[in-house]
Design a protein around this ligand. Structure first.
Ligand SMILES: [NH3+][C@H]1C[C@H](O)[C@@H](O)[C@@H]1CO
Length: 626
């Protein structure tokens, strides 16, 4: 196949082209959010003896239970862990947290920050100390600190200690423990609340992100971050929807909520943490507002919308408002960020194509009110494009697709036929997740992928060459879901998988990274691939580095010989090739995490040059040309 490239760009490529979609789907608490203690504040649990209430916690010779505290540490956190020290036990008595999914990573030569509140249930003459420690799976102390306490402390007192580690333990089966001397403390009853243990965080942010996962995400150089979801915005009910104002301020004041993926969200990763994260990665937020539809399928009636429209106005004012004019903006200033955050896009709901009939009035009432308040914001609709017809007319739509590798390879022309009528598209969620076209969302035994495969990633890459060709109307695209725990998850595949100690880069992660790190600022038309063929390409130009960047996906099981004809006088005789290829149905997995990785090499180039794309491969060729 000969690919003739045009010297005249057809259109500029938006700077927002490649980014990330995020929601807490086994990915926030216990994942990107760096808190190491599972169930740290007993939020939303049923106290008094239910084992679920003590999830993540274990007794160390003491009697522990979760109580609905008669004098709770805060209105937001009604439950406490109550330790009763039994008589006649001379061991160290107390309790421990084993981390999320029984994994608590301890890195060497680092400072861990522990904090908790405690109070004696009744005054006593006790004088002693807590031993606050990190222990490995066999109970060997890795590091510890002592804090003196007295039985007169019947009001809540917060303890904060730094725990400095030295050697690395042998595994992630470690625990955070609080103990005291059983002899002298016999009979004492002590309540604990809002316990927390943080490792060093990304950019040392207070209440920040886990370093290795954050770094893997940063290495993609994303331009936007869609938050807070996805289904996890919606709530199964109106009262369990995501509410921006419940996710701010001191951790002791955050009630948490039942997330949409079957577990409690601490909301320690809240709106301010998301916005700091966007700042740290130089991304702009694509922020969603709740719009009156819950995942159970219920829509609010039109005459019920007003308070939720106000809550959305306040949410946006929290991000961009003037502290002198808006209470929500004043709250942002009081939390240390008087200047507005950058925000251009606000998404109204999530996947409202499930409730198109009510979206007609929900969109109309929300956007009429929001656009009046925020004339410079673009509001993104989440129903199917132009079906139903919405008013005001959406400037952007968010399109989601989960399909097979073959579907993606055969639909790279999805946007070529779209009318150029001023509407732009956000490919907000896409991934090849199953090889079974008759049951995309089935189980792994029905074709669902556990991890991306080279074949699924090559299919996505083919589709992405089409997104790049159509970036005159596709302004942003993000794979979904971004992140998920390797085993304790509600959805596979994920772009990145992780466990307590590691993050695993998938073949699709490398494809996303190859496209994001090798951007052009303008698109160069070229001979079109066969729409139902097997090899696909896009050609872009980086006008500042004067480089031509050719992305090729060969989805076939045989190599594909290509000839490129470049219309430039001075074309370098050598170019760089980044090649991702390997066995079609294989993946990077926790047991074989580096089976696939892009390999960089030099190839012969020129005004006309040949290149053979290996079977099932994603190729990025970069050539200096002017
Ligand atoms: N059901 C998918 C669509 C929804 O928006 C996300 O929360 C889910 C996983 O990416």
């Amino acid at each position: 196949t000969t690919v003739t490239v045009s010297a005249t760009a057809s259109h500029p490529i938006p700077s927002t082209m490649w980014g990330q979609m995020f929601e807490d789907i086994s990915s926030g608490d216990g994942g990107l959010y760096a808190e190491l203690l599972q169930n740290r504040a007993f939020q939303m649990v049923t106290p008094e003896g239910t084992t679920a209430a003590l999830a993540g916690w274990k007794s160390l010779n003491g009697n522990i239970t979760v109580v609905a505290d008669s004098n709770p540490v805060s209105a937001a956190l009604p439950n406490s862990l109550q330790l009763t020290v039994p008589a006649g036990n001379t061991n160290n008595i107390g309790f421990a947290n084993v981390g999320f999914n029984a994994g608590l990573n301890v890195i060497p030569h680092a400072t861990y920050k522990a904090s908790f509140y405690y109070r004696f249930q009744k005054a006593s003459k006790f004088r002693g100390s807590f031993v606050i420690s990190l222990q490995d799976g066999s109970g060997t102390t890795l590091t510890s600190q002592k804090v003196s306490i007295t039985g007169s402390q019947t009001s809540w007192k917060q303890v904060k200690v730094s725990l400095n580690t030295n050697i690395a333990p042998g595994s992630t089966s470690n625990m955070f423990a609080i103990t005291l001397n059983g002899d002298s403390a016999a009979g004492e009853v002590i309540n604990f609340a809002m316990l927390s243990l943080f490792p060093p965080t990304f950019k040392n942010r207070e209440n920040g992100m886990r370093q290795d996962i954050a770094q893997a995400l940063a290495d993609m150089k994303p331009s936007f971050f869609r938050l807070p979801g996805g289904n996890n915005l919606e709530g199964q009910t109106v009262n369990t929807r995501w509410q921006w104002n419940n996710t701010l301020g001191e951790l002791v004041d955050r009630p948490g909520r039942f997330g949409d993926w079957g577990y409690v969200n601490t909301d320690g990763l809240g709106l301010m943490e998301y916005l700091h994260w966007c700042e740290d990665l130089g991304m702009q937020a694509i922020m969603a507002v709740w719009d009156g539809y819950t995942l159970s399928g219920a829509s609010l009636a039109e005459n019920q919308l007003a308070p939720y429209i106000q809550q959305a106005i306040d949410q946006i004012n929290f991000v961009i408002g003037d502290p002198k004019k808006s209470e929500a903006a004043a709250l942002r200033a009081s939390l240390g960020h008087p200047d507005p955050f950058p925000l251009k896009y606000v998404e109204v709901g999530n996947e409202d194509f499930f409730a198109s009939d009510t979206y007609v009035y929900r969109w109309r009432d929300f956007v009429t009110a929001l656009q009046a308040e925020f004339p410079d914001i673009h509001f993104i609709a989440t129903s199917n494009a132009f079906n139903p017809i919405l008013s005001p007319n959406p400037t952007e739509y968010d399109v989601h697709v989960y399909q097979t590798p073959t579907w993606f390879a055969q639909n790279s022309f999805y946007y070529d036929g779209f009318e150029r009528n001023g509407t732009k598209y956000f490919e907000g969620e896409y991934a090849a997740i199953s090889t079974n076209p008759d049951n995309i969302f089935g189980s792994t035994s029905q074709g669902r992928l556990t991890f991306p495969t080279m074949q699924s990633s090559a299919g996505e890459a083919a589709f992405m060459t089409g997104l790049e060709r159509n970036s005159d109307i596709v302004f942003a695209a993000s794979y979904a879901p971004l992140l998920g725990h390797v085993t304790h998850n509600q959805w596979t595949p994920n772009l990145l998988a992780f466990d307590a100690g590691s993050v695993y880069r998938s073949t699709s992660y490398y494809v996303q990274q190859l496209f994001s790190l090798n951007r052009g600022d303008e698109y160069l038309p070229s001979t079109l691939p066969e729409q139902l063929g097997t090899v696909f390409w896009s050609v872009v130009r980086n006008t500042s580095t004067k480089e031509i960047i050719i992305k090729i996906s060969n989805t076939a099981s045989t190599p594909s010989a290509l000839t490129f004809v470049l219309p430039f006088k001075n074309v370098a005789s050598k170019g760089s090739l980044q090649l991702l290829t390997g066995p079609a149905t294989s993946s990077n997995t926790p047991t074989n995490p580096n089976l696939f990785a892009p390999v960089t090499s030099t190839i012969i180039t020129g005004e006309t040059f040949n290149y053979t794309a290996p079977a099932v491969s994603v190729n990025v060729i970069t050539i200096k040309a002017s």
